[in-house]
Design a binder for this molecule. Structure first.
Ligand code: PBG
Length: 333
């Protein structure tokens, strides 16, 4: 027998990679149906669904059509949806009044979904941007988005959404103090059970463009950006500070947004707070991937799945993604 004299590594990491079964044995993260939250755009205008130009395969739904589609998706394991209303200009004003109008179709939509699919989690955005003529998340006074005036409206919006049966209130407006105020009002008005998922670290990102077009909130008037309330893309410490405050004020879950380019924040937040942590793969991320897929530069299944596993690896407990219907279908194959 020939004795091997060469000193060779005892540890060969390729051993476990060699076979499919052992790769599966050592795999550290997996995507499940329950990890996915499907963001949905709702309109009362159309009796049909219409495709959003900048987001191929993403649609604006009339509630009747959505209810029908949910039947299939629920069978595939859909666990939660996040609703975003598309409001026509005639219903907008500088105060975002329609957000607090009891006839607003979003309230009826929540009731219908909860009635027909009681087991689906319904998450509702709290912010005024779909409703204001200036497209800001709050109200403006003296040329600035006014924090405390906006809070009053956001609290009322949250209470109305809670009344309509929504399970999770998700404030995405980034006003200071909103989580604490919403939490104390939910307690006061007998909505102790309603969860708050705070968009805790939400950056002033260029990646929300397709979303703003989708919900008819793209035409920001002065101030022309959301930098006075959404976070500076350069900051990390500030994100941790924001998240700590929101948890302290009563958030049950936290959200980091955007997603893939901000995995460092997700990983850090999870490590520091050990809280239920969610990522939002936002519209611009969706459109980037889809553009490359449509041009044949990327393989759809591989690239979309990879993006999801990266979120999980970073520590996200769940992901808001427009790919949810696609992924649910694939996960069931
Ligand atoms: C509204 C809101 C936005 C998104 C979610 N809620 C847009 C914004 O803050 O300008 C973005 C979602 C996406 O881009 O997919 N406050």
């Amino acid at each position: 027998m020939k004795i091997i004299k060469r000193k060779f590594p005892r540890t060969r990491l390729r051993r476990t990679r060699m076979k499919s079964f052992s790769r599966k044995m050592v795999s550290e993260n997996i995507l499940k149906q329950n990890d996915l939250v499907w963001p949905v755009f709702l309109t009362e205008e159309l009796k049909m669904k219409s495709e959003i130009k900048s987001m191929p395969n993403v649609y604006l739904y009339h509630i009747e059509i959505l209810l029908k589609e949910l039947e299939i998706l629920v069978k595939l394991g859909l666990n939660a949806i996040a609703l975003f209303p598309h409001i026509t200009n005639d219903k907008k004003d500088d105060q975002g009044s329609y957000a607090l109008n009891k006839d607003n179709f979003i309230f009826e939509a929540v009731r219908r979904i909860k009635k027909e699919y009681p087991h689906i989690g319904v998450i509702c955005d709290v912010a005024l941007d779909p409703y204001t003529s200036h497209a800001h998340d709050g109200v403006i006074s003296n040329g600035e988005v006014n924090n405390d005036d906006s809070l009053e409206k956001l609290i009322e919006q949250a209470l109305l959404l809670a009344d309509s049966g929504c399970d999770i209130i998700a404030p995405s407006d980034m006003m200071d103090g909103r989580i604490g105020m919403i939490r104390s009002h939910l307690e006061k008005y007998n909505h102790q059970e309603i969860m708050i998922m705070s968009y805790a670290a939400k950056y002033s990102s260029s990646l929300y463009g397709p979303f703003r077009n989708a919900i008819n909130a793209a035409n920001l008037v002065e101030p022309f950006d959301k930098k006075s309330y959404q976070m500076d893309i350069a900051n990390v410490d500030e994100a941790i500070h924001e998240i700590a405050m929101d948890i302290n004020e009563g958030a049950d879950m936290i959200m980091i947004k955007p997603g893939l380019p901000y995995l460092d924040i997700i990983a850090k937040a999870k490590e520091i707070f050990s809280m239920p942590t969610f990522a939002y793969q936002v519209s611009g991320e969706y459109s980037m991937l889809v553009s490359a897929i449509e041009r044949g530069f990327l393989n759809k299944r591989d690239s979309v799945y990879e993006s999801m596993i990266c979120f999980k690896r970073a520590g996200a407990d769940g992901i808001f993604t427009y790919f949810a219907p696609y992924l649910l279908d694939k996960l069931n194959q």
